[in-house]
Ligand binder design. Structure first.
Ligand code: UD1
Ligand code: CA
Length: 452
């Protein structure tokens, strides 16, 4: 099947510099909700127009785009994508600004369409207020769609309306698309006029119209955000995830969570995330594009682009950045930042540390205040720390540098040269003791004050 997404409109009422369809719902641009849904059913093409380059920059590389310039209506949009349509394939039409349609609804539409060998199958719904929608007009056993602005009084009273989602037979579409005219109230080429030209029209009535609600302004954007959020949280809870406070929890559509994991309040999970079983996430945590194993704890922390294996604990107040890999049983404590670093099994960095471009072995202890000095103002350099090494508190490891297995770095050291396996490295000034110096100083100051 072919899936054609119409997304050429600008969306003036968004009052935005950006095209409407790139505005986000739960951290994911609307167009990507629709593209991902479409990809479940076949090859995807997108009709772009206003700010086409911006829209294109959000699309996966295998998605074809067709430029519609200027925008002369939904029928014209499909004409612009004629080369995408083949006579042997059905074509599903979706809108780039209708993000919450469910897979099962499309499934139902396709079943009806295929069983009836229809020319076109239209997804309809009953609108309490049908203003603005095309009306489904059934007369003498025939179905056609009359747009709101073209409807007479009797037609305006019809509450069954066109959702704008259809499946067309590719052959019917190619045979008829060029017959459309713009002889109507809006001077547009209406895709809906094809319905009246077809002999075999089917309709599928949708009972849950929110699935086909579009976004026209930012109020509707927030309304659909709330619907999406509620839907996702419910699915997760029913699948075995505890969400302590749904009202303060935001979880995107591409997040998978295992059973018996608990999501604490004020947690935001965005992008592509996999979380295993028995994890505790939050409170006050934001995770983006990461993979977490089982029994992982992340408290009051920011995590992005990280891989975290089983039994790891992170936070409070940690920041794991892109390219962080934490192997099993690692402990990352408060005020620790990691970037492009791998931390081996059972290793710990519990307090006030920066690990950037570092490879840390197993069973390593990173003392409080350890910093990998990975940047000289021009380039980034690597730090290697062997298994069982012990890095004393407040050490600076000036990369490129290698700390051998089982080596100890004395607290307060600045390490600029490689440390061999099992060695002790001290890189600090020797301590000096001056007996009674403080006391003598105190007395001298006191005498000086008396004289004044
Ligand atoms: C259309 C239907 C109407 C239906 C309604 C549901 C037509 C003529 N009417 O209304 O029956 O009830 O959807 O929401 O099809 N677009 C383009 N190029 C264009 C015009 C539109 O790509 O030239 C895209 C828009 O970006 C949008 C979608 O098509 O994603 C629908 O356009 P919109 O103007 O909202 O639909 P209407 O014509 O109002
Ligand atoms: Ca609309």
């Amino acid at each position: 099947m072919k899936v054609l997404i119409l997304a050429a409109g600008l969306g003036k009422r968004m009052k935005s510099k950006y095209p409407k369809v790139v505005h986000k719902i739960l951290g994911k641009p609307m167009i990507n909700w629709v593209v991902d849904l479409g990809r479940k059913f076949g090859e995807v093409g997108v009709v772009v127009g206003r700010k086409a380059e911006v829209v294109k920059s959000y699309l996966p590389v295998d998605v074809k785009t067709y430029l519609q310039e200027p925008q002369l209506g939904t029928g014209h949009a499909v004409m612009c994508a004629k080369e995408f349509i083949s006579p042997s394939d059905d074509v599903l039409i979706l809108y780039g600004d209708v993000p919450l349609l469910k897979e099962e609804t499309i499934q139902r539409l396709l079943e009806t369409h295929t069983n009836a060998r229809a020319d076109v199958t239209v997804l309809t719904f009953i609108a309490d207020d049908p203003t603005g929608y095309g009306r489904i007009v059934r007369e003498n056993g025939k179905i056609r769609i009359v747009e709101h602005k073209d409807a007479n009084e009797e037609q305006l009273r019809i509450k069954e309306v066109n959702s704008g989602i259809y499946v067309f037979s590719g052959k019917f579409l190619l045979d008829n698309i060029d017959k459309l005219s713009n002889n109507n109230a809006q001077g547009e080429y209406y895709l809906t006029d094809l319905i009246g030209m077809a002999n075999n029209v089917e309709t599928v009535l949708l009972n849950d119209p929110v699935q086909v609600f579009g976004v026209n302004d930012r109020v509707q954007l927030s309304q659909l955000e709330a619907v999406a959020r509620d839907r996702i949280l419910k699915e997760l809870m029913l699948s075995g995830v505890t969400i302590v406070d749904p009202a303060s929890t935001f979880i995107g559509p591409d997040v998978k969570i295992g059973i018996d994991t608990v999501i604490h309040p004020f947690t935001i999970l965005e992008g592509e995330i996999t979380i295993g079983e028995d994890c505790e996430i939050g409170p006050y945590t934001r995770i983006k594009n990461s993979i977490l194993g089982n029994n992982v704890k992340v408290v009051r922390s920011e995590v992005e682009g990280a891989v975290i294996e089983d039994n790891v604990s992170v936070g409070p107040f940690s920041r794991l950045r892109e390219g962080t890999i934490l192997r099993e049983n690692v402990k990352i404590g408060n005020f620790v930042e990691t970037k492009k670093s791998t931390i081996g099994k059972n290793s710990k960095a519990q307090h006030l540390t920066y690990l950037g471009d570092a490879t840390v072995g197993e069973d390593v202890n990173i003392g409080a205040g350890t910093i990998t000095c990975n940047y000289d103002g021009y380039k980034k350099y690597q730090t290697f720390i062997g298994d069982n090494a012990f890095i004393g508190s407040n050490s600076s490891l000036v990369a490129p540098v290698k700390i051998g297995k089982g080596a100890i770095v004395g607290a307060g050291s600045v390490i600029t040269e490689d440390v061999p396996d099992d060695a002790l490295a001290l890189g600090r000034a020797r301590q000096v003791i001056k007996e009674d110096w403080a006391k003598l100083k105190r007395e001298a100051m006191k005498n000086a004050n008396h004289k004044e």
